[in-house]
Design a binder for this molecule. Structure first.
Ligand SMILES: [Fe+2]
Length: 186
């Protein structure tokens, strides 16, 4: 049984005990260890959306539904995160700035494939891009150690040039809505 209010309370208690992602990761791992319960608690995904479930200055919890084959461009968070998959798949590419490169140019640094029941912590300095590689919706609980919607000092990188530009929270959320238009099948 997944109870959203209890989950939020558990994340808040974990954060109060330890400011890192460590204990929050345990809470997320416990939740997605029973993906059927999360599906019942949050509802079966029907469309791509970035749905905030809790927002405060030190903690953001969101239900993130990726459209089939959807990709988001490289971006940073400037806060730790924990990604818990409860249905589908998510491929992460990790990036780093090219040493001495201009305009924040990136190069690929690694990758990680996430599957259902995975609860992956991301450090505060990570730069990543995310793809849902499968033909159906992917659902994940994202927990961030700060206010996800605060754009302060955050960047994203152009998908083609890999050059740095400011991150815009409205644009980031709109991409999930746009993905519905391009992937909806009649
Ligand atoms: Fe991200």
């Amino acid at each position: 049984m997944f109870d959203l209010d209890q989950f939020i309370a558990d994340c808040r208690a974990a954060l109060a005990a330890d400011k890192s992602h460590k204990l929050v990761r345990d809470v997320v791992a416990r939740a997605v260890s029973d993906p059927t319960a999360v599906l019942k608690g949050l509802g079966e995904p029907t469309r791509s959306v970035f749905q905030p479930l809790h927002r405060s200055h030190d903690l953001t919890i969101a239900n993130v539904i990726w459209a089939p084959k959807m990709t988001v461009v490289p971006h940073n968070h400037h806060m730790w995160a924990v990604i818990g998959i409860y249905t589908g798949r998510e491929d992460n590419i990790f990036w780093r700035r090219v040493p001495g490169g201009r305009e924040g140019k990136l190069e690929a640094a690694g990758a990680k494939a996430l599957s259902v029941r995975d609860a992956e912590p991301l450090g505060r300095n990570i730069i990543h891009s995310v793809t849902n590689p499968i033909d159906r919706l992917t659902g994940a609980i994202h927990v961030y150690g700060g206010d996800f919607f605060d754009p302060a000092h955050r960047s994203e990188w152009d998908a083609e040039t890999l050059l740095e530009q400011p991150w815009d929270p409205q644009r980031a959320v709109a991409r999930f809505e746009d993905a519905n238009a391009t992937t909806t099948k009649s």
